[in-house]
Write a new protein. Structure first.
Length: 321
């Protein structure tokens, strides 16, 4: 099969198309012929050598994909050859075929084609699982950084559906408009004093979903209300920051950090089932709309990575096989 291979970590030139053996499904696993692959920031980090896959997982990049079941391993009960599926993966999505545990496959959202569906599950699973960690409740103030990206766009709408007041940060007028058009009650330019603007508008945040990491750690703590919770899911602004424990203590705040990729298979299966039962109906009835989408041919994987990190991208990028 054809797959994206990284022989030596680096810039986009490290991404090369090559041939490798088609995987074989083991007990409880499913082989899927790929229709489309979602592109994520984690893929860029892996390409650069900063986010290696868990032990025993393929080195092929790709945390989400859609496709058609090609074969099933022993013990698989739900899926049959020819079924359409979307997958939450620990790796392997940038290839013509991938293997996944049965529980990490679910049906595509109703009315969504397989190409668009390839860019939904990882985002939905990330948002749902982390807002569970944060215990976001109706009436609370929710702040999401990177509001115009795939995670930010989805999180804004999901939090609104939960009943929260939503604040999003972004870096341009067009992106701020995007945040507002997808339900943000307040859209703040991160080049300005967003902490001050947040406090003026809402008094602070009860829950912060953060993709930046170290660069925003002190600001995030300052932005919290009493009892507020920060969940760090990305490190675009670095991994080592300064934490004022005195301020965190005074606010009785919490800082958590999670990675969906390294959770046990049973947890991922439970999250996928929750997405199918809780989030897909929100897509079906319009409470959540799909992010704007850029489709690129699979062979243009380098261009996809370049666009993702270029700063102007809005929404989701999907590679079409």
């Amino acid at each position: 099969m054809r797959a994206v291979i990284v022989t030596s970590p680096g810039d986009v030139d490290a991404l090369t198309l090559g041939e490798m053996p088609t995987p074989t499904p083991g007990p409880g696993e499913v082989l899927v012929r790929t229709v489309a692959s979602g592109v994520n920031r984690a893929d860029v980090l892996q390409r650069q050598g900063h986010y290696p896959p868990p032990p025993g997982v393929t080195d092929v990049i790709g945390l989400e994909a859609s496709g058609v079941v090609a074969a099933v391993g022993s013990g698989v009960e739900r899926w049959r050859e020819g079924d359409q599926v979307v997958a939450l993966l620990a790796g392997g999505g940038y290839a013509e075929y991938f293997v996944a545990p049965e529980g990490q496959l679910i049906s595509p959202p109703p009315g969504v084609d397989l190409v668009s569906a390839a860019g939904v599950l990882e985002v939905a699973a990330t948002v749902l699982s982390n807002l569970r960690v944060a215990r976001l409740a109706p009436g609370e103030v929710f702040l999401v950084h990177g509001g115009a990206g795939g995670i930010g766009t989805f999180a804004t709408q999901y939090a609104k559906a939960v009943g929260a007041t939503v604040v999003a940060t972004a870096g341009s007028a067009a992106k701020l408009d995007h945040c507002r058009s997808h339900g943000a009650d307040h859209a703040l330019d991160y080049h300005d004093d967003w902490v001050g603007a947040l406090k003026e508008a809402t008094g602070g945040a009860d829950v912060i979903l953060d993709i930046i990491g170290a660069k925003y750690l002190e600001s995030n703590v300052a932005a919290l209300r009493r009892g507020g919770r920060i969940v760090v899911i990305g490190l675009q602004g670095g991994a080592k920051g300064t934490l004022n424990l005195g301020l965190l203590l005074a606010k009785q705040g919490t800082v958590a950090a999670t990675s969906l990729r390294f959770r046990p298979a049973a947890e991922k299966a439970e999250i996928c089932a929750a997405v199918e039962s809780e989030v897909w109906p929100m897509l079906a009835d319009g409470r959540i709309r799909l992010s704007p989408e850029t489709r690129m041919p699979f062979d243009d994987v380098r261009r996809a990575h370049t666009q993702l990190v270029g700063g102007d991208n809005v929404g989701k990028i999907v590679l079409v096989h």
